[in-house]
Structure formats: structure tokens, C-alpha cells
Design a protein around this ligand. Structure first.
Ligand code: C2E
Ligand code: MG
Ligand code: MG
Ligand code: MG
Length: 284
């Protein structure tokens, strides 16, 4: 009986694995077509100064408009694209599109000369030879000032890796800003702060979620804010959904915030409307 059950379990397991593998193979094929078929688009999420809710920048977030499946979340395809290397081509499109867009905002709104567009970059992209040269070329071609671009990398993308570190140093030398994304979620983040030339820490959303009720989340958020201050880094709190979270994070010393309280990620046209208002009053 045990043997039969064992065998049954094994068979079921294989079927599931097989289904997963062929679903992934299909995803990979579809990703290959998606770039050529212009199925990707970028949405932009405001980053605001917490003291006055003023928009100081945006983060570009990728969306895949799949002909049959509808909008596919980046969480579902970025990890696959990283494994296959397709992220390199996709990321190239993201960088060029976001910089072209931001350059036009800065051009049309001189008061935005110090705004910044955040572009997420996977470890695989950062280690690709020629990545820094490509960033330099895109800045040059679009006319976007280097300081108006913030490259967002996660701790895991740059952990213990000389190639990544060299790329980050070269990007800083260009004048590009560097944000450590999802800060606090990966292992061994503190030594990284001494070796990587980051300019910004983005406190991960998981520490903000229950910050008003879970003292331990507030304790971590406090420590990150103090560290950012001591190291003269900008601090951004991600995933702010309520006025209470905003007020608490402001009190803890966070300068900037991002989250549904201020705005969900929106198409570029909506950002222009927001920019044309001197300061928009958020839901709080
Ligand atoms: P991320 O870089 O940490 O981006 C923030 C994510 O949090 C976005 O999810 C955003 O929509 C979501 N978010 C923002 N505010 C709130 C909030 O108040 N509440 C909640 N629940 N969520 C909030 P999104 O757009 O689904 O992106 C997920 C992740 O996919 C990103 O996390 C980033 O790691 C990756 N990603 C997105 N676009 C790109 C890209 O162009 N290239 C690469 N390599 N990765 C990307
Ligand atoms: Mg990000
Ligand atoms: Mg993030
Ligand atoms: Mg995140």
C-alpha cells in the first residue's frame, strides 16, 4: 500500500512538474515575441517628498500587455526573463523608453530639473558587458541629465560580485543615482552599504505594511532611517497606503515615500497632469 501510494505520489509529481515546465516554455516563447510585437509598456509611480507631498520623481514599472492573458505582472515574468537572459533585451527597451519619457518631462517643465526617474535593473543586466556604455549612450541620445536617472538594484543583484560593483562605480562616475531597492529583505545588507556607491535606500514595503501596529516593523524602519541619515543617503519608504503610515514614517525621518496613498503606477500622460499641479493633495 505504501509502495502504491509512493508510486502515485511520484506520478502526480511528475505531471505537475511537466505542466510547469511546458507552461514556462510557452512563457519563454511568448516573451520572445513580446518585444517585437510592442506588447510591453511602462507605467510610472510618483515618489513624493513626505513633508509636503510634492512629486519629486517617479519609478518606471514594466507591464506586459499579453494579447490573450491581459496584463501580466512583472513578478510573473521578470524572474523567467532573468534566467533566460531575455531581461537584457527587455531591460534595454525599458531604459531607453523611461529616459526618453523623463527627458521630455524635464524639457517641458524646467522646474523639474531635479526630478528623477527610477529604472529597475536586474543583476543579469548590470553584469552584462557594455551596460554602462549603453546607459551613457541613452543619456546622450535622449538628453536626460544623468542626475535625473536613478538605477534601482536589489541587494541580491549586487551581493559579493566585483563585476556589479565595477558597473555601479562607473554609473556613479557618470552622475547617475543608485538606489538599493527592497532594502532589508535580503541577507547581509550592511556591509554592502560600505562597499557599494548607493545614493538612496528604499525601505521594503514589507516593513511598512503593518508599521503602525507591529512595533518590530517600526523598529527596523527606524534603524534603516538612522543608518541612511548617518551615511548621508536619501531614504524612500515603499508601499505607503495610509495617512497613518505616512505620518509615522515622516516622524521616523523618511524624506520620500511611494505608495497607493499618493498614487498607483499610472500611464505617462497622468504624470504630466500631476506635474502641472504645484503640489497635489493626497487622500490623507
Ligand atoms: P519594485 O521595484 O520594488 O517596485 C515596487 C512594486 O510595489 C511595484 O509592483 C508597485 O506597483 C508596488 N507598489 C507600490 N506601491 C504600493 C502600495 O502602496 N501597495 C502595494 N501593495 N504595492 C505597491 P510591480 O509594478 O508589480 O513590480 C514588481 C517588481 O517587479 C518590482 O518591484 C521590480 O522588482 C520588478 N520590476 C518591475 N519593472 C521592472 C523592470 O522594468 N525591470 C526589472 N528588472 N524589474 C522590474
Ligand atoms: Mg524598484
Ligand atoms: Mg522596491
Ligand atoms: Mg519591492
Amino acid at each position: 500500500e505504501a509502495k502504491a501510494r509512493g508510486k502515485g505520489t511520484w506520478v502526480r509529481y511528475t505531471d505537475e512538474m511537466g505542466a510547469r515546465i511546458s507552461a514556462e516554455a510557452e512563457l519563454i516563447r511568448e516573451l520572445r515575441d513580446a518585444i517585437g510585437a510592442a506588447q510591453f509598456e511602462l507605467v510610472y509611480q510618483p515618489i513624493v517628498r513626505l513633508s509636503d507631498d510634492r512629486l519629486t520623481g517617479v519609478e518606471a514599472l514594466l507591464r506586459w500587455n499579453h494579447p490573450a492573458r491581459g496584463l501580466v505582472s512583472p513578478v510573473q515574468f521578470i524572474p523567467v526573463a532573468e534566467r533566460t537572459g531575455q531581461i537584457v533585451a527587455i531591460g534595454r527597451w525599458v531604459l531607453a523608453t523611461a529616459c526618453r519619457q523623463a527627458a521630455s518631462w524635464v524639457r517641458d517643465h524646467p522646474e523639474l530639473s531635479d526630478m528623477s526617474v527610477g529604472v529597475n535593473v536586474a543583476g543579469r543586466q548590470l553584469r552584462e558587458p557594455g551596460f554602462v556604455a549603453e546607459v551613457a549612450r541613452v543619456l546622450n541620445e535622449t538628453g536626460l541629465p544623468a542626475a535625473c536617472l536613478t538605477i534601482e538594484v536589489t541587494e541580491t543583484a549586487v551581493l559579493d560580485d566585483q563585476e556589479s560593483l565595477d558597473a555601479l562605480l562607473a554609473l556613479r562616475a557618470l552622475g547617475v543615482r543608485l538606489a538599493l531597492d527592497d532594502f532589508g529583505t535580503a541577507a547581509s545588507s550592511l556591509g554592502l552599504l560600505l562597499t557599494t556607491p548607493v545614493t538612496t535606500l528604499k525601505l521594503d514595503r514589507s516593513f511598512v505594511e503593518s508599521i503602525t501596529t507591529v512595533g518590530r516593523q517600526a523598529a527596523v524602519a527606524t534603524a534603516v532611517s538612522q543608518m541612511a541619515g548617518a551615511l548621508e543617503l536619501k531614504s524612500v519608504a515603499e508601499g505607503i497606503e495610509t495617512p497613518e503610515q505616512r505620518d509615522l514614517l515622516l516622524g521616523l525621518g523618511y524624506e520620500y515615500g511611494q505608495g497607493y496613498l499618493f498614487s498607483r503606477p499610472v500611464p505617462a500622460e497622468r504624470i504630466v497632469e500631476m506635474l502641472e499641479r504645484p503640489a497635489w493633495v493626497s487622500a490623507g
